[in-house]
Design a binder for this molecule. Structure first.
Ligand code: 13P
Ligand code: SF4
Length: 348
């Protein structure tokens, strides 16, 4: 079945899919549970204990740019989803501590089935992954036989196992462009990234109607007001943002692309439409530049990802000390999910 979507419109079937998919509760995450960990003494120097434990256990700490700055500062590597997957694939450490969200730690486990992968807070989920339950995605795919299934890395291992190719925000357009022009594509779970890729590549794709609860929050009205106060500021945005924000943006890219743009551009002022955790790395590479987080709709801190922010220094310490919570995966799902991830790493 081929899709007939106009470039900037969601699929006509998405209305009823939103009913069944996006509002569904998160499915159970795989993990090993133990008794609640004993809290560390308040006098403990968490930073130096984490460094000590990391050496003792031959562990590596991988952190996403959306983590709290104290966690980023302790990490062995800070990056976007693609770079973190590459690091996870290449590490020689015995233990991977993923300071990020569940799908990232799961990806690290798929790439390293023999290693222990720890996530400081197992409830650190993702609205995109949680809004695309595997059983509903399987039913969705039954309607599109013969389609190549490309899934954004922000999805569960079970959804990855049903996919032909995984992509991240930094390689999605490049990977889609490598699929033969006459081959129909299903793209999941982020409809905003999907539409952006359609625009970039001129390809029609069937989109699963998922969104990121953080990137859909940015207010066009407030950004316009901010630009009036800062007429020289450039708006830079992550492709998970809604289409009206992307239309206004001077530059669109993954977190790493945004970071490099701020570093290398001759411009001095930026409004940044992504999770503000990235400002920590931006301040480091461009100390003299004015960096303004794009405002969310309403008086909330909802441009901060509630999942990413579940990880704390204390939880990072506890998970290294107690070697839990650990990511565990069904072996068959992990085996099938590995193929499209490896394909991504080879193609990007
Ligand atoms: P990137 O790391 O690909 O920029 O994606 C951002 C994100 O939303 C991670 O959850
Ligand atoms: Fe998921 Fe959005 Fe949080 Fe990234 S920022 S982890 S896409 S909810």
């Amino acid at each position: 079945m081929s899709s007939n979507l106009s470039l900037l419109q969601p699929p006509a079937r998405s209305d009823n899919l939103i009913d069944v998919g996006i509002l569904a509760p998160p499915f159970a995450r795989t993990a090993t549970f133990g008794a609640a960990p004993a809290a560390p003494s308040p006098s403990l120097d968490l930073e130096s204990e984490i460094i000590k434990l990391k050496r003792q256990r031959n562990a590596v700490i991988l952190a996403h740019y959306y983590q709290e700055s104290d966690i980023q500062d302790l990490a062995d590597f800070v990056g976007d989803s693609l770079e973190l997957s590459r690091r996870a694939a290449a590490t020689e450490a015995d233990i991977i501590v993923f300071a990020g969200v569940h799908f990232m730690a799961e990806t690290a486990k798929i790439l390293n089935p023999g290693k222990q992968v720890l996530l400081p807070d197992l409830d650190a989920g993702c609205s995109l992954a949680d809004g695309c339950p595997a059983d509903q995605f399987a039913k969705f795919l039954e309607r599109y036989p013969g389609h190549t299934v490309i899934s954004y890395i922000n999805c569960s291992a079970a959804v990855k196992a049903m996919s032909d190719l995984i992509c991240t925000s930094s390689n999605a357009a490049r990977l889609v462009a490598q699929i033969p022009a006459d081959q129909p594509i299903v793209f999941a779970p982020d409809r905003n990234l999907g539409r952006y890729v359609m625009k970039q590549t001129g390809r029609d794709m069937v989109l699963w109607p998922g969104t990121c609860i953080v990137h859909e929050q940015f207010s066009v009205k407030k950004i316009v007001q901010l630009r009036e106060r800062h007429p020289n500021a450039r708006l830079i945005a992550h492709p998970e943002c809604e289409e009206p924000v992307l239309r206004m943006a001077d530059f669109i890219g993954s977190t790493t692309a945004l970071l490099k743009h701020v570093e290398n551009s001759s411009e001095k002022e930026f409004i940044i439409a992504t999770e503000p955790g990235i400002l920590h790395a931006m301040q480091r590479v461009a100390p003299g530049k004015l960096l303004i987080p794009a405002p969310p709709d309403g008086n909330c801190a909802c441009n901060e990802c509630p999942h990413m922010r579940k990880n704390t220094l204390e939880k990072l310490y506890l998970c290294l000390r107690d070697r839990t919570p650990e990511i565990t995966l069904d072996a068959e799902i992990a085996r099938r999910a590995l193929r499209p991830i490896e394909r991504m790493l080879a193609m990007s």
